[in-house]
Design a protein around this ligand. Structure first.
Ligand code: 5GP
Length: 204
């Protein structure tokens, strides 16, 4: 398959969603996976656009039928990636981007060892705390819990091939686009993409 599977993981407050949106706006070859979740929609979130919002029994039924490539419990809600959708995109030779947590990333890596993992870090812990407080409405306890969650997610940074510090959004989008571009130029991908050329070169 010439397409590449990208896994993008970040603690909350790292600015992952904005960064991914920036990449998708400039690269039409990538399809973003829409996850399933049991979390209720936030204001402005639409079903099938941000997530497929389902209740817990539906989630469990889909999971037990083997519909998910990976699934995880994050902050008390279930999240999962659709297997069928991924297969469809791969058959169309599309690049795919998954925005998932480290637990999901570990599962996907087992199924697709040539996937490319990118971890997004906030520029510093101080800035992360400031960003988490920035919403203004949350109690100290909620913020402390989020910070702790972010720290434990960040401990998995070493499991990813690439790390981007999201300081200036524009630079971070450039970095992510550079990772995507380099991944597309890997030998196995180029070999499939330009098969007749490579076959000719490899003839005696
Ligand atoms: P949120 O509810 O804020 O949109 O996402 C919470 C966390 O769940 C984020 O870390 C996000 O990456 C993760 N997440 C979203 N979709 C999936 C998924 O399909 N699988 C896994 N494993 N994690 C996901």
């Amino acid at each position: 398959m010439p397409g590449t599977l990208f896994i993008v993981t970040a603690p909350s407050g790292a600015g992952k969603t904005t960064l991914v949106r920036g990449l998708l706006a400039r690269d039409s070859q990538i399809s973003l996976s829409i996850s399933f979740t049991t979390r209720p929609p936030r204001p402005g979130e639409r079903n099938a656009e941000h997530y497929h919002f389902v209740d817990v029994p539906t989630f469990k039924a889909l999971r037990d039928k083997g519909e998910f490539l990976e699934w995880a419990e994050v902050h008390g809600n279930y999240y999962a990636t659709s297997k069928v959708w991924i297969r469809e995109q791969m058959l169309e030779d599309r690049d795919i981007l998954l925005e998932i947590d480290w637990q999901g990333a570990q599962q996907v890596r087992k199924v697709f060892p040539d996937s490319v993992g990118v971890f997004i870090l906030p520029p510093s812990l101080e800035i992360l705390e400031r960003r988490l407080r920035g919403r203004g409405t949350d109690s100290d306890e909620v913020i402390a819990r989020r910070l702790l969650g972010a720290r434990s997610e960040m401990r998995h940074v070493g499991e990813f091939e690439y790390v981007i510090l999201n300081n200036e959004l524009r630079d971070a989008v450039e970095d992510l686009a550079a990772v995507v571009r380099a991944a597309r130029l890997r030998y196995p991908k180029q070999h499939v993409r330009h098969a007749p050329y490579f076959d000719y070169l490899e003839q005696d």
